[in-house]
Structure formats: C-alpha cells, structure tokens
Design a protein around this ligand. Structure first.
Ligand SMILES: [Zn+2]
Length: 340
C-alpha cells in the first residue's frame, strides 16, 4: 500500500459500488433528477446577463451559406464571439445545431478558417470543419468561441508566451479556487449560444441539436443534460468512462470536475440525455478516449435508453481513425433526426 495505486483503485470501486446501491433505492426518475442537479452543482453556475444585446460584428457570403459573427455574453463583464452559419434556404425555418469545438485554435477551426481568420483551403484537421459540413447539409449552425482558445486565450498567458496553445490551466485553477469550474463557464456560454440560435427568425427553435468534439463533447453532453430543449446530441471523440479516459490518460485539467464521481460515472451522466436522440462516434485508435472505454460507455448508455423505451434513439459509429471527427454517418443522422 506504500505507493497508493491499489488504495486509489479501492476508492474508485467504493464510489461506483455506491452508485449501484443508490440506484437500487431510488426510482429512476428521482435518480435522474438528482444526478442532473448534482452535475449542475458540480460544474458551478455564473450570474446571468439577460440585458446584454447581441451585436452583429461581421457578415460574409460563403459558398452555399452566409457566415455571421455575433458578440454574446453569458455573464456580466465577459463577452464572447460566435460564428453563425446560415445555409441558403427557401422552405421555412431551418433546423439548428450548437457546434462545440475541442482543443485547438478555436471556433475558426470548425468554420473553415485558419487561426488568422483567412480561409482554410487545405485539408481540414481533426475537427473536419464540422460546422461547415453541417451548414452544407442545410442546418443553421452556431459555433461559439470556447473560452481559453484562439482569440479567447488570456492576455496573461500570451504575455508569457505568444504561442501559448490555450489558457485552460490558468482559467481552471483560478475558477477552482473560487468553487467554480471552467466547464461550468463554458457550459453557461454554450447555453447562451443555444438560446441565441433559438431566437433567430431563420431557425426553428423546436429543432435544435448539438454536436461536440472532444472537450466540446463534454460541453455538448452537459448542455444537453441541463437544457431539455436540446433535441438531439452528437458526441464525437468523447463518450467513455472516466476510469478508461481521464483517470487513465493525462488530460487537460479542464476535464476534471470536483466531486462528480461521488454521484455517477460518465456513461450514466451521458444517459441523462435519454430519451432524446443521441449519436456516439469514436475513432477505434483514439489514444485519449480509448476504444475499450468507448465500448463500455456505449453498452451502459444503450441499457439506459432501452430501459426508457428509447433503444432505437441511440446510434453508434466506431470508425477507423484516431482522435478526430469522422462525420461519415453522424452528419446525416443529425440532419435526419432534426428533420423529423
Ligand atoms: Zn483544456
């Protein structure tokens, strides 16, 4: 016991066996309600900013869609940019998607731009320009700049190193010291972006889903759990167990939520989205969200959906690839699901 490995493993086992015991004494509905509140409390909340008037910053006509840039704010004293992609259309309001990127240079990476804002005409990176892919299928997409990346890196980090990849560490540690989390802030801004998209006259507010990759998958699942109006969810490069992913592989500090494992493992938390449609996508060689954990998560999530009589609403694509977006089935699935 000198090294602590088996002691830590024992703590984990104790936590997950407590989840099973609790699940036996609570009704499924009570448990869902309690876990949803536990997630909300664990990630922390931020003072809302309902008086903020969104501002149009830019409008660019692109190939098949218009790209706007909007300034939004989820909490007083802090604003953020979001790209809105509006496909050319004639037949009534559009389905919408909240598109959430992971680590990288920010929302530009998913709307077909390079870090400097110029068009990315080369092969897309691991994010696959997925916001553009969704817009080209006829969905209106909002892609908020997730705080900590690209233009939203902290000036304090850029002063230390102009090439600093992100500000996750400084943001996370300061917020943790205040009893908050970076995930909580990012989810608050995601919810704000979702509400803004729902307010757009071009969009059918009853048909808005979300798609998130990697760290954006974390935000997409939490946003879906906390906002019942999210109609369908695609998680790519994210679904797993905590044990097989963030507890087994060194991940960015923004993945760790204090106390959440006292309540549930990740598959059960993702299962809180049930019975709403859910698509789980992962590369079979993803080194940071490993395939064994993905398979375990899928099995648990499918059980939860089956128990809720929604077994046909969870779809899976394990594609040949690494930590990257495929979209080979998920893009069309999202379009079809939001068209129903
Ligand atoms: Zn990070």
């Amino acid at each position: 016991m000198w090294n602590g490995d088996s002691w830590l493993a024992g703590l984990y086992e104790e936590a997950v066996s407590r989840h099973s015991r609790e699940a036996e004494t609570e009704s499924p509905l009570e448990r869902k309600r309690r876990l949803r509140e536990a997630l909300r409390e664990a990630i922390g909340s931020f003072e809302p900013n309902p008086g903020f008037e969104p501002r149009l910053l830019e409008r660019v006509v692109c190939d098949g869609y218009v790209r706007e840039r909007i300034e939004l704010s989820a909490t007083p004293g802090l604003t953020f940019g979001a790209y809105v992609l509006l496909p050319e259309h004639t037949n009534g309001p559009l389905p919408g998607v909240l598109a959430l990127h992971g680590h990288g240079y920010g929302s530009r990476e998913i709307v077909g731009l390079l870090a400097d804002g110029s068009p990315d005409v080369g092969a897309p990176g691991i994010h696959g320009h997925f916001a553009v892919q969704l817009a080209k299928r006829g969905m209106a997409v909002i892609a908020p700049d997730v705080i900590g990346f690209g233009e939203r890196r902290l000036l304090a980090d850029l002063a230390d190193n102009p090439d600093t990849p992100n500000s996750c560490f400084r943001l996370s540690t300061e917020l943790l010291m205040l009893g908050k989390t970076l995930t909580g802030l990012r989810v608050a801004e995601s919810l704000c972006a979702f509400a803004y998209l729902a307010s757009r006259p071009e969009v059918d507010e009853a048909r808005i889903g979300t798609m998130g990759f990697s760290g954006g998958g974390l935000l997409a699942y939490a946003t879906s759990v906390l906002e019942p109006a999210v109609r369908a969810t695609v998680l790519t490069g994210f679904a797993n167990t905590f044990k097989d992913s963030i507890l087994a592989v060194r991940h960015c500090i923004d993945n760790y939520t204090p106390g959440i494992l006292l309540h549930a493992e990740l598959p059960e938390l993702i299962g809180l989205i049930a019975p709403r449609p859910l698509f789980l996508e992962s590369g079979d060689r993803d080194p940071i969200f490993p395939v064994e954990g993905f398979r375990r998560a899928v099995a648990t999530i499918k059980e939860i959906y089956a128990e809720e009589g929604a077994g046909d609403r969870v779809a899976v694509d394990l594609f040949p690839g690494a930590h990257e977006i495929s979209g080979r089935k998920s893009y069309d699935w999202l379009k079809e699901t939001l068209s129903e």
